[in-house]
Design a protein around this ligand. Sequence first.
Ligand SMILES: C[S@@+](CC[C@H](N)C(=O)[O-])C[C@H]1O[C@@H](n2cnc3c(N)ncnc32)[C@H](O)[C@@H]1O
Length: 272
Amino acid sequence: MSANPNKALWEKGDFTRIAETMRESGEALVASLGVGEGLDVLDVGCGDGTTALPAAQLGADVLGVDIASNLVAAGNARAQGLGLGNCRFQEGDASDLSALEDDSFDLVVSIFGAMFAPRPFEVAKELVRVTRPGGRIVMGNWIPNDPTLVAQILKISSAYSPPPPEGFVSPMTWGVEEHVQERFAGAGVPEENVSFERDTYTFDFAGTPAEFVDVFRTFYGPTMNAFEAAAADGREAELQAELESLFAAQNTIANEDATSIPATFLRVTVAV
Ligand SMILES: C[S@@+](CC[C@H](N)C(=O)[O-])C[C@H]1O[C@@H](n2cnc3c(N)ncnc32)[C@H](O)[C@@H]1O
């Protein structure tokens, strides 16, 4: 296992199993960005390419960077399977993109990716550094205490997990506008160049809400860790029940044979 806990967390499971339920929203988000031929796009914390591949399909030259080697391999396999020579994936850390040169990309996207990296001020600096003047950064960040799915999964999971190490900055702080402003200000971006809107991602799963909980329990690093901690305290059944009732309550499909759950996030656009 990796000595880097951030990398170990995401290599522990297999995020592709969750990402499979997020494809439509990924495509819709990319379609809203005006991506096309001639655009150099960087996707940070790209996973297996939920947003990187649609951007390449629209003609952009895309590099996906992710800390998890299994997801980098999955992304490259998907790009190859689709015959996309304009999309490649490599390992890297959002808080240190030193393998990438300054001013290299017209659009830097990070959808629920860079928010999970340590050292948020370094992350903001790196995202700005690799973006060309006149270019854009678009982040999707989950919002702390939001009543929708992912914020609630992370909140419930943390209640079963040991307290984080001292100095740990919660990824959810990327969902608070003041923190985002402060981090990009630290990277030299004036306040008026950072804008915010609420947006929605929908998780579509071909199974019941309880079966979808099992996917998170088996493949999603943060939930896997929460179940391990809960097991040590004899509270696994309690955690399972809490998540099952959350997923069932959020499911918008009346017939519970399938699951569709919308989740709200903070969309951040930075003009560089
Ligand atoms: C919730 S997933 C989102 C993946 C993808 N953007 C998507 O929308 O499907 C979070 C991703 O961030 C990656 N990640 C976490 N910490 C990172 C870091 N420090 N640098 C780069 N990627 C990171 C994880 O490996 C994982 O692929």
